[in-house]
Design a protein around this ligand. Sequence first.
Ligand code: PMP
Length: 412
Amino acid sequence: MKWDQRLASRMASLAPSRAVTEILKLAERPDIISFSGGLPDPAVFLTERIRECSDRIMSREMAAALNYGPNPGYTPLREWVASHMKQIEGVDSTVEDVLVTSGGLEALHLVALALLDPGDTVLVGAPTYLAALHVFRAHQTRIVSVPVDHQGLDPEALESILSKLVGQGVHPRLIYVIPSFQNPSGVTLPLSRRERLLEICRKADLPIVEDHAYAALRYRGDDLPALKAIDPDRVIFLHTFSKIFGPGVRLGWICADSGLISNLGLCKLGTDQCPNTFTQRLVLECARDGIIEAQVDRSVALYSRKLRVILGELEKRLPPSVTWTRPEGGFYTWLELPQGFDTPALLERALEDEKVAFVAGPPFFADNSGERFLRLCFSFLAEELIPEGVERLGRVISSTAQGRKPGHSKQA
Ligand code: PMP
């Protein structure tokens, strides 16, 4: 069979993601110092306590944990989520407003299934989370980008883009935003921008999909309210256990209007029917045991140290023509290189000549621009390897700027 000729039309738009999977595979090589994949450091996992929770579930409720469960999620976990929404996020919600999902990514896919038709227009940041672009492309939507600067999505730019679109008779269906410690830039929307964003969306009658993935991981500065806490009705709130517990459990949630949640559950009947029954019970047991809170504390302590180290090293080792973001939390910092740089080509040289990996900018932009940008993830790499990794990166950038190849260097 010639499968290439039988692919659905949506597959053509997914091509940019293929390069990313190749890059991530490469970056897993043990001889490479990798700032690429956005993974938690396994040192934060309280493995022994988690094993005890897992043993308790298996001895107490193994039959239920191995069976199908309710479509919107395990009710006691939904209750835990509703109370977390109240206590931590300041959002009043009930179990009916909560759908447990297979990670934050499925949450976004379900929102797209329920709300977007092919050809619909969606708004995203430039740059934004590359897997979100993948989801919107898979749903054959038209993606319109709004500039993101050092304070996140620019509300004034959004307002002028919206008025231009409306002038053309185009009414976007939603805007996708990561207000805190954005992937890939690490930047955070200050309160004034959150309020302005909500005001503009209210005026334009535009729903907001708020991705809260990293918000619990703040290393300095004051906590900010979620958009959902300011305007609960307009915001579809997505969260994940991936950064506050562990991505392997593949669990997240949506908190939204109960009528919408019921439609999202209907969509879920066609993805996995119900979330993972065993890991829902495991996560709840761990939450009740205080493990989630303890892991968040450990993450904040460890990643804030790594952030300090990487920012110090960037200052020391990169040419002055390179700038970067100084995040207050999350996993990433985002570098801007001078005119003329092409980070996909730089990555090839970095891998080959210096054995250092990052993610080049273009996959984070809907139009595949962003050749002068690159993302560094500082959460996963061992702290003691960060200086060497940044030194290698500095060498490859400097030698590329000077138009000559860098020399060979030590192995990781
Ligand atoms: N949103 C953002 C911004 C992310 O960076 C991630 C993970 N990289 C997710 C959502 C979802 O992750 P998961 O599917 O593991 O919950």
